[in-house]
Write a protein that binds this ligand. Structure first.
Ligand code: ADP
Ligand code: MG
Length: 238
């Protein structure tokens, strides 16, 4: 069953076509990687799904309902940015509880949900820590937890581990895959790293100049690149 349907979405910044009549359908529980070089429109596309940018044209629907008129907080999406954008003046618990308080959940339920999700990301017992006392990897775990605690229908991850070193990035990648499969949460994962996309994705969308260059299973994209561009890009493992 398809959950997310992006239909001929474009985004212009002046004369720049950041996203150019892009279409994609994502199935329930699928992890799709948007892979492409810097400037290919990945972030702009993700931001439009999350409600942080408005399409110039096109339609985005979730479970058959058009969402482009909805602000981010009314969308069934949760977004994790490359720079974690945590609230540094709040401890980990408060970062996670904030959105639940806005939803007016009772305190014991908030406590339970926060503890559950901290456990899920491997940060049990970290609720009282201030976020600036945490390592970069731990901060990204908190950012992921802050999205997950609101139980989004679709998780949007924009190069969430790009600022971390290779070893940590690979570890967090495995953890995200594990969490994604346990929760069966539909996920769009943006990356410019071929290795990351090949390791994570159920399907890869290779982007170039705001358009789709190829869509397919990682093994197919790897073995049978549809264009010289895909072959060149996938071939240069980082
Ligand atoms: P990616 O995430 O793949 O690196 P982006 O979506 O960030 O690509 O950018 C796609 C194109 O849109 C680039 O040419 C970029 O310079 C341009 N762009 C992105 N955001 C803005 C903005 N707010 N204002 C003007 N141009 C932008
Ligand atoms: Mg980007």
């Amino acid at each position: 069953m398809s959950v997310l349907k992006i239909t001929e979405v474009s985004k212009l910044f002046g004369a720049t076509r950041a996203v150019d009549s892009f279409s994609l359908t994502v199935e329930d529980g699928e992890l799709v990687c948007l892979l492409g070089p810097s400037g290919s429109g990945k972030s702009t596309l993700l931001r439009m799904v999350g409600g942080f940018a408005q399409p110039t044209a096109g339609s985005i629907s979730i479970d058959g309902e058009e969402i482009i008129h909805l602000p981010p907080e009314k969308r069934p999406t949760g977004m994790v940015f490359q720079s974690h954008a945590l609230w540094t003046h709040m401890n980990v618990f408060k970062n996670l509880a904030f959105g639940l308080k806005l939803r007016k959940l009772p305190k014991d339920e908030i406590d339970r949900k926060v503890e559950e999700v901290l456990e899920l990301v491997g940060l049990s017992g970290y609720g009282g820590r201030l976020t600036h006392q945490l390592s970069g990897g731990q901060q990204q775990r908190v950012a992921l937890a802050r999205s997950l605690v609101l139980e989004p229908k679709i998780l949007l991850l924009d190069e969430p581990f790009a600022s971390l070193d290779q070893h940590l990035r690979e570890r967090l990648r495995e953890e995200v895959r594990d969490i994604q499969q346990r929760l069966k949460i539909t996920t769009l994962f943006v990356t410019h790293g071929q290795d990351e996309a090949l390791a994570l994705a159920d399907r890869i969308v290779v982007m170039r100049d705001g358009k789709t260059e190829q869509v397919g299973r990682p093994d197919i994209v790897y073995r049978e690149p549809a264009t010289p561009f895909v072959a060149g890009f996938i071939g240069t493992m980082n």
